[in-house]
Design a binder for this molecule. Structure first.
Ligand code: FAD
Length: 301
């Protein structure tokens, strides 16, 4: 279970005491504030705080004295223009602070995104909970035979059962030993900072993660993508829904230009122009490598 009744009560208390403010407020984001969105078996994402909205992006772009808003359609057009032309700093004017609970091996991929501020739960100070990520049957798959960095067919029957049993028993044995080592009953007890070292990478950790909208879009483009590992993608997908409610115009532009769009090389553009003129272009006549050609055909269908 992602949240204990005490934790849920703290969230409910925060949500039941709204305060008036002169700051920009996004109605969509207010609905998410503090609430935990469950992800994987024990994880979650929740919004702790945010700054700005769609209008704040336009306000910054126009360096305005007031709201900077001309009209909704005008603002949407400006946001699309900024996204299309890779203007980054107006999007950096919006920020979000998330509380994320995630398996350590997912945190290890996530932390590679350096343009955020992070504060992680201290396993030197606190005792970790007995919470491990165990994949659902449909996420328990074999090594891919076509992509070294991916998974293939879902494991079934006895093999799935055997793998699940290994995963579960290893976690529990490691956690039993962790508890035994830190115990100070009848012994000195090993320091928490040392006892944690043989816990498996599917144990859950937690952090506060603060990032601006420009760098969040960069994170989402990479991690909500089909090439990202499923276990980080589900977090990115959950955050995408939050961002769509927070800054609908900016998210819609991001979805269109970044998630739905594609970048073409000079050679690829040349091929496309030749194809549009009716020429039959093949990989051999394209000037592209086999891999580039495959990806190009993937983009243009
Ligand atoms: C599908 C996938 C597979 C991956 N596989 C691997 C792998 O096998 N091994 C591996 O090690 N990593 C891997 N990564 C991680 C990847 O290489 C990046 O480290 C990660 O995605 C963070 O991207 P970033 O550096 O652009 O993001 P951020 O750290 O958020 O940086 C955002 C941008 O800021 C700029 N920037 C930030 N810091 C600096 C700096 N110090 N100097 C210059 N510019 C900077 C860059 O323009 C950068 O793109 C993988 C990522 C993905 C999505």
């Amino acid at each position: 279970m992602p949240l204990s009744p005490e934790q849920q009560a703290e969230i409910d208390a925060l949500r039941s005491a709204p305060k008036p403010t002169l700051r920009a407020v996004s109605e969509g984001m207010e609905a998410h504030l503090y609430n935990a969105i469950p992800v994987l078996d024990h994880g979650f994402v929740r919004v702790i705080d945010y700054m700005g909205d769609d209008a704040a992006i336009c306000q910054a772009a126009r360096v305005s004295y007031g709201k900077g808003t001309k009209s909704v359609s005008n603002d949407e057009g400006l946001i699309r223009y900024l996204m299309r032309h890779w203007h980054s700093t107006p999007f950096e004017m919006c920020e979000v602070k998330l509380h994320v609970k995630l398996p350590v091996f997912v945190a290890r991929q996530w932390i590679r995104h350096r343009t955020a501020n992070v504060n992680e739960y201290s396993a030197r100070y606190s005792i970790l909970d007995r919470e491990f990520y165990i994949p659902e049957p449909d996420a328990l798959a074999a090594q891919s035979t076509v992509n070294n960095q991916g998974r293939g067919a879902v494991l079934e029957g006895e093999e799935a059962a055997r793998v699940l049993e290994i995963l579960k028993s290893d976690c529990n044995r490691a956690y039993d030993n962790y508890e035994t080592m830190i115990s100070d009953e009848g012994q000195q007890g090993l320091a928490r900072e040392l006892a944690r070292m043989n816990l498996p990478a599917n144990i859950y950790t937690q952090w506060y993660w603060k990032v601006d909208l420009h760098n969040l879009f960069h994170f989402l483009r990479l991690r909500a993508d089909a090439h990202a590992q499923y276990e980080i993608r589900v977090y990115a997908d959950a955050i995408c829904k939050v961002v769509a409610d927070w800054v609908p115009a900016a998210y819609s532009a991001f979805e269109d230009y970044r998630m739905g769009g594609a970048t073409l090389s000079g050679k690829a553009l040349d091929c496309l122009r030749r194809m549009l003129k009716g020429e039959e272009v093949t990989q051999e006549t394209s000037g592209m490598s086999k891999g580039e050609w495959r990806e190009f055909i993937g983009v243009v269908g």
